[in-house]
Design a protein around this ligand. Structure first.
Ligand SMILES: [Zn+2]
Length: 121
């Protein structure tokens, strides 16, 4: 499996696949080829709980081609619990900022052609 396929498999179980740097132990996204901190290419996969808080987001009301059936939705950046990692994902049914205050708890709810699916908790 490619790193993206492994990440998708984890997301379907509600978890996030990260990579722990073998040299400096920093936690990075599993798609990072080199540690942004020390530059090492060596890492070990580590599964993290897919829970966190909404850091920021963009509400999409005019969708790109192929996403018409999904509007309105939000493209959300979520800060994962227990790390300084931020991940991005798709959250359905968000049409106004009142629907999703920054800091709202959220979790990974799946993975499909849109990418990581997030939902409020
Ligand atoms: Zn490192």
């Amino acid at each position: 499996m490619t790193p993206k396929e492994r990440m998708a498999e984890c997301a379907r179980r509600g978890r996030f696949l990260a990579a722990s740097c073998s040299k400096c132990s920093r936690t990075n996204p599993c798609t990072a080829r080199f540690c942004p901190s020390c530059g090492s290419p060596d890492s070990e996969p580590v599964e993290m709980e897919g829970t966190g808080r909404v850091a920021t987001y963009t509400i999409i009301t005019v969708p790109p081609a192929g996403f018409e059936e999904h509007v309105p939705y939000a493209f959300v950046v979520m800060a994962l619990d227990g790390s300084d990692l931020r991940i991005s994902g798709f959250m359905a049914g968000i049409s106004a900022p009142a629907d999703l205050p920054v800091g709202s708890p959220a979790r990974i709810a799946g993975f499909d052609e849109r990418g990581i699916i997030l939902e409020r908790t």
